[in-house]
Design a protein around this ligand. Structure first.
Ligand code: GLU
Ligand code: MG
Length: 443
């Protein structure tokens, strides 16, 4: 049972002077889409009668089967605080259904819901807390993004060196109005780079929150003539944007990753979950790190992972176990980036972790040294594998991972890999500035 009933939504729409309702859903590459309806349609909205034509949406359906119904998740009702305060605009996040009443298999939110059901059958609920990083850049006279920033600040710096503090403040306030609990916000390592952390939630809400967060950050930045980007590596030679994902499983409301009798305070399930992630991360990287550009972030030297190892402390490892124990015991996966489709990314992480638990997998030994400083031979001697080096390799590994392809389902798997192979092909054949600089004079 959700928090809100249909009647609650209708009452809020009337009492709070809501005139527009945006019905939101996500395409398979994680782009938030919406149709807006007016208050006059509210009965249709809450009774799941609003329709869309899915034929032009990335990864949705073919022309001859394009009618789809939006079933709003009533608990996602929120007023968009940056829009006018009279005749307000609210949003509802929707599940996508076929005309025959079955869930649409190309709806990423459904893929996550289905994976969460699997966890529920094993008695588990899944909590997720993301750490979102982004850059703020100046725009040009036409409002288009540049890579300029007047901000010369670094990690945890403050104003006046940090020129983004006011925008961060405004983003936090807007998000709080939408019901987020903001835990921390700060300047990140690179000039113009920021991070805002919000409280963990059940996995479905967390994925919704990631989507909402990206929309809010981009909108508030635009209102200040800035451009916010979650592109994983906008600038060569400085830190990229990560979306570290903190994960924990609960059973009967209790965190099952904690075991006080273990030397590290971790349970058998926690170790197996880690092992499951390590077993499948190469297979699911194409989902958590979806762009050609994602793999330019996963290089040594910028606190982004490249190698498959876990550690209770070491930030060069792919998986870190933050110090908190008890109900806060969690596994932090550091490879995902904020350009991913959050529904699919969270679904594949969960599926991998559950696979580890089901099979009773045991992770390799913890790596406490700085892995970036090891030679290839040293890594090989310790059995430390690498993340895929580019999008093509990631897609090929995805195609070879049976668990991950099954988790995505045939429809999403086909559309996703077809799209990503086309993206790679487009990139592969482009002639870049780097090539001209490197080759034109010499050859
Ligand atoms: N920006 C780094 C990354 O790409 C992470 C920095 C941090 O540890 O917060 O993942
Ligand atoms: Mg960070």
């Amino acid at each position: 049972m959700g928090r809100y009933t249909k009647e609650d939504i209708i009452r809020r729409v009337n009492e709070e002077d809501v005139e527009f309702i945006r019905l939101q859903f996500t395409d398979i590459f994680g782009q938030l889409k919406n149709i807006a309806v007016t208050r006059s349609q509210i009965d249709k909205v809450v009774n799941n009668q609003c329709m869309i034509d899915g034929s032009s949406i990335e990864g949705f359906t073919r022309i001859h089967e394009s009618d789809q119904y939006l079933r709003p998740d009533l608990d996602s009702f929120a007023i968009l605080p940056w829009l006018p305060a009279t005749r307000k605009t609210a949003r509802l996040i929707c599940n996508v259904y076929n005309p025959d009443g079955t869930p649409f298999v190309g709806d990423p939110r459904y893929i996550l819901r289905r994976t969460l059901e699997k966890a529920a059958k094993m008695g588990y609920a899944f909590n997720v807390g993301p750490e979102m990083e982004f850059f703020l850049f100046e725009t040009d006279e036409r409002g288009l993004p540049t890579t300029r920033t007047a901000d010369a600040a670094s990690y945890f710096d403050m104003a006046p060196i940090d020129r983004g503090g006011d925008v961060r403040r405004e983003i936090c306030l807007m998000l709080e109005e939408m019901g987020f609990e903001i835990e921390a916000s700060h300047h990140e390592c690179a000039e113009g780079q920021h991070e805002i952390d919000f409280k963990y939630a059940d996995a479905l809400t967390a994925a919704d929150n990631i989507s909402t967060f990206r929309m809010a950050v981009k909108t508030v930045a635009q209102m200040r003539r800035l451009h916010a980007t979650f592109m994983p590596k906008p600038i060569f030679g400085v830190a990229g944007n990560g979306m570290h994902v903190n994960m924990s499983l609960t059973k009967d409301g209790k965190n099952i990753f904690h075991d006080p009798s273990d030397s590290r305070g971790l349970s058998r399930e926690a170790y197996s979950f880690i092992a499951g992630i390590l077993a499948h991360v190469r297979g699911f990287a194409a989902i958590t790190n979806p762009l050609v550009n994602s793999y330019k972030r996963l290089v040594p030297g910028y606190e982004a992972p490249c190698y498959l190892a876990w550690s209770a402390s070491n930030r060069s490892a792919l998986i870190r176990i933050p110090a908190a124990r008890g109900e806060s015991t969690r596994v932090e996966l550091r490879c995902p980036d904020p350009a991913c489709n959050p529904y699919l990314a969270i679904a594949v992480c969960l599926a991998a972790g559950l696979d580890g638990i089901e099979k009773g997998l045991v992770p390799p030994a913890e790596i406490t040294e700085n892995i970036y400083a090891m030679s290839e031979q040293e890594r090989r001697a310790q059995g430390i594998d690498s993340l895929p080096g580019n999008l093509l390799e990631a897609v090929e590994l995805l195609e070879g991972d049976e668990l991950i392809t099954r988790t995505l389902g045939e429809h999403v798997f086909q559309s996703y890999t077809t799209g990503k192979r086309a993206e790679w092909e487009e990139y592969r054949t482009r002639v870049t500035d780097w090539e001209r600089q490197r080759y034109m004079i010499v050859y």
